[in-house]
Design a protein around this ligand. Structure first.
Ligand code: CMC
Length: 442
């Protein structure tokens, strides 16, 4: 009896199918999309698109990204205009409601958010169940997921009012949770939210104040954090937003969906890149070592990558990095840290990489995380807290997408197909007659 090996991957030539016509869906701006919903019934095949890079999974009116022309619009407004003129809560309202609020609406929204900033005291016990050295993103996944246990019964996700309250709770509580994760890691007492402060100011106060001393807020730090929160608030169908939509498509509880989105944001290919950028800069160490590390980044046999460079969509300078670059220099100057060796190294690395044939050919430019990491560091946060703050900002976008998805009559459970390349049906062999398995590869 011989073991049946897996068949070789099928690479059959593309059959010359009679081409069916598919409707072309027109966006407001950007590329049209073929409506392939009848592909299998009319063509007898499915579409193969690992990573979904060529596939639209929903209609959306929230954010528009044009990677070639460096455009990022929230509900039609350019990101730099929003950073220049709006507060984070104005932008959060814009994302979830579709229009900018007037003064009365903003005051009402601010009231709604501040009313929900505290956590149920029982949640403190959940924090205490984590190891002190747990990564704050792990703690946030757990605590935000646990909110589903507090707010589940009686929650009707098809009721707009219920969805709104859940959205307010999450936008309000995320800074509190992130700050508590930080305080817990330090062994310091949790700091309660201060509803007399702005959104970014309150977050800074919860992160950095201690009960035994007066807290002095640096206006430059609050301004920089507010800008970072706006810039990171949404980015259309990125991995974590897709996780939010995918889990949400099963009609899951929104707190559980947000925990899934936090998990997707965590690691270096997505939101965790801001943390990884600092590691990369530290690994490079000095300007003299840049050429050597660039050689490693270009070597396909070496897993080392230049974190903070490249993007699936942006094939030119990331418009978010364009806003953050001067902001980063401004905050460093106002905090008296213009001579930060990591900032100097980052600027030099960017200059050299942008002149390098490999990066030019592949259109690899600094992305949002290249500068956001440096700003977070200037604010005094350790690298492990960069992605939790990113999660605080992105919660507004996740919820805007979740609300849009639930209200969309075209929403179906997200259930992709696969190109199966495992064994065809085969008889089961009794254990005594089996051959040892060949070693697993990969
Ligand atoms: N350093 C060195 N080479 C790179 C890098 C990099 N940072 N990024 C891409 N490449 C190369 C890659 O090896 C490939 O080369 P080749 O064509 O010779 O095989 C080519 O560029 C295309 O890369 P890819 O991995 O196929 O592109 P992707 O669209 O699948 O991945 C990415 C996009 C962001 C995951 C990737 O550029 C990357 O790993 N960057 C570093 C991590 C990072 O900064 N992530 C944050 C993204 S922005 C925040 C957010 O929106 O989530």
């Amino acid at each position: 009896m011989t073991a049946i090996a897996n068949p070789a991957p099928v690479q059959s030539a593309i059959e010359p199918h009679a081409r069916a016509q598919f409707p072309l869906l027109q966006p407001t701006i950007g590329m049209p999309m073929l409506d392939l919903r009848s592909l299998a019934s009319r063509q007898g095949c499915y579409a193969y698109d690992p990573g979904l890079g060529e596939t639209g999974i929903c209609r959306s009116s929230i954010t528009y990204v044009d990677g070639e022309r460096r455009i990022l619009l929230y509900r039609g407004y350019p990101i730099d205009a929003l950073v220049e003129n709006c507060s984070f809560l104005e932008v959060a309202w814009l994302l979830t409601n579709g229009e900018l609020p007037d003064a009365g609406q903003l005051a009402g929204f601010t009231r709604d958010i501040t009313r929900h900033t505290m956590l149920n005291e029982q949640i403190h016990a959940i924090f205490r169940g984590f190891r002190r050295d747990a990564h704050p993103m792990a703690v946030m996944c757990g605590v935000v997921g646990a909110l589903a246990a507090f707010y589940h019964d009686g929650l009707d996700i098809f009721d707009r009012r219920h969805r709104l309250v859940a959205s307010h709770r999450l936008i309000a509580k995320m800074p509190t949770i992130a700050a508590m994760a930080y305080k817990y890691s330090l062994g310091q007492p949790f700091v309660y939210p201060r509803n007399d402060l702005g959104y970014a100011e309150n977050l800074l106060a919860m992160l950095f104040s201690v009960p035994c001393e007066a807290f002095r807020l640096a206006p430059a730090a609050a301004k920089a954090l507010e800008a970072l929160l706006i810039i990171q608030a949404d980015h259309e169908q990125n991995a974590s937003t897709t996780a939010m939509r995918l889990v949400g498509s099963t009609r899951a509880n929104p707190y559980a969906c947000t925990a899934a989105a936090i998990a997707a944001l965590w690691r270096p290919l997505h939101g965790g890149a801001n943390e990884a950028v600092i590691e990369t800069l530290k690994a490079i160490g000095t300007v003299e070592r840049i050429p050597e590390m660039l050689r490693r980044a270009k070597d396909r046999t070496d897993p080392f990558r230049l974190m903070g460079f490249g993007h699936r969509v942006y094939k030119s300078y990331d418009p978010r990095a364009k806003v953050l670059r001067p902001l980063c220099q401004e905050i460093m100057a106002s905090l008296g840290r213009s001579d930060d060796p990591l900032l100097r190294l980052a600027l030099e690395l960017e200059r050299i990489a942008l002149e390098d044939e490999y990066f030019i050919k592949r259109k690899l430019y600094p992305n949002v995380d290249f500068y956001s990491g440096l700003i977070f560091r200037a604010l005094g946060l350790p690298a492990s807290m960069f992605t939790p703050i990113f999660a605080v900002a992105r919660t507004a976008g996740w919820l805007a997408h979740w609300n849009e998805m639930i209200a969309d009559p075209e929403t179906r459970i997200c259930r992709p197909r696969q190109l199966y390349q495992g064994p065809a049906e085969r008889p089961l062999v009794a254990i005594a007659d089996r051959q040892p398995c060949p070693p697993l590869v990969g």
